[in-house]
Design a protein around this ligand. Structure first.
Ligand code: NDP
Ligand code: A1CAB
Length: 275
């Protein structure tokens, strides 16, 4: 695919997404910048991509300009690249800004850029994008052409499933699938810890815990049955599973997991208000 991509920020998410993008655009059409140039260089070397001198150059280069910096850094980066984006916009060749910053709204992006017409996409990925098992949801601003959106969709699909959603869903997506991998790792660790307490070697316990979560998730996706139906397939009357479910319920498992998503959701809102 003959398109040019700039990635400002060469950390976890920028790296994961560009690894997927490189599969269809080729590394040579991808450029990186970072506060730490060595980090950008390592990633670029890995993907056959290149490094640009600064973020303004990145804004000039890309058909898509991915902003993969922390939300607290984003306003400064937007101010830095605003003049180049404005020039491109006025020349009728606007790059499309693609932000993944938690909580940071399209309105806030356009306002920092001082250009309500700037084409922009707000998205929320997650780290399993690194192994093409990610979840991405996105919302475009007005003025992103359908063809550009279709190409972006194609690129992002290399990293996992992609859904276009209304912007008001994005803080919830951030909380569930954006932060969710970390909650799931905690559950895997907790299962493994239980296995160790039941006498299993830690390495075996962790391996089996991870495969169990993977297998259970695939059952939800591939059988079309509800988690409740699938639970019924596991739990025999008077058996081991019901004993375990009782312990989970006693510990407030469902409420606690839901509260984790709710806390993340509220934090996304706070980041959006930029206190
Ligand atoms: N990690 C995740 O699971 C997810 C993250 N996100 C979002 O992705 C964004 C990036 O997060 P993540 O990849 O985890 O963060 P990282 O810290 O891994 O990467 C951000 C990179 O940006 C660099 N950076 C800092 N300032 C600048 C600058 N002025 N110009 C260019 N680069 C700069 C940082 O360098 P240095 O470290 O030297 O400061 C760092 O290498 C965030 O907005 C986050 O909300 C979204 C979904 C999931
Ligand atoms: O923790 C964070 O703020 C980011 C957003 C979603 C996952 N990581």
């Amino acid at each position: 695919m003959d398109i040019r991509i700039s990635c400002i920020g060469s950390g976890n998410m920028g790296g994961a997404l560009m690894r997927g993008a490189a599969k269809i655009t080729g590394g040579k059409n991808i450029t990186f910048t970072d506060a730490d140039t060595a980090k950008a260089e390592t990633l670029a070397r890995d993907l056959g991509a290149s490094v640009l001198r600064d973020n303004s150059e990145a804004a000039r280069y890309g058909d898509y300009i991915f902003l993969a910096v922390k939300p607290q850094i984003l306003p400064g980066v937007l101010k830095e690249i605003a003049p180049v984006l404005r020039e491109r916009f006025d020349a009728g060749n606007p790059g499309i800004v693609v932000s993944m910053a938690a909580g940071f709204t399209i309105g806030a992006i356009l306002s920092e850029l001082a250009n309500p017409g700037q084409p922009a996409v707000r998205m929320m990925p997650n780290t399993p994008a690194l192994i093409a098992r990610g979840v991405i949801a996105y919302t475009p601003s007005q003025g992103v052409p359908d063809t550009a959106l279709a190409r972006l969709n194609e690129i992002l699909s290399e990293t996992g499933i992609v859904d276009r959603v209304p912007e008001e869903y994005l803080d919830g997506v951030t909380a569930l699938s954006g932060s969710g991998p970390a909650f799931t790792y905690m559950f895997i660790e907790a299962l493994a810890e239980g296995g160790v307490r039941a006498g299993l070697p830690r390495e075996l316990a962790l391996k089996h815990a991870a495969q169990t979560v993977l297998g259970a998730a695939a059952m939800v996706q591939e059988t079309g049955r509800t988690p409740e139906e699938l639970t019924a397939m596991v739990a025999s009357p008077g058996g081991t599973t019901l004993a375990g479910i009782g312990a989970l319920e006693k510990g407030g498992f469902t409420d606690t997991a839901a509260a984790a998503v709710d806390a993340a959701f509220r934090r996304a809102g706070e980041l959006g208000r930029r206190e």
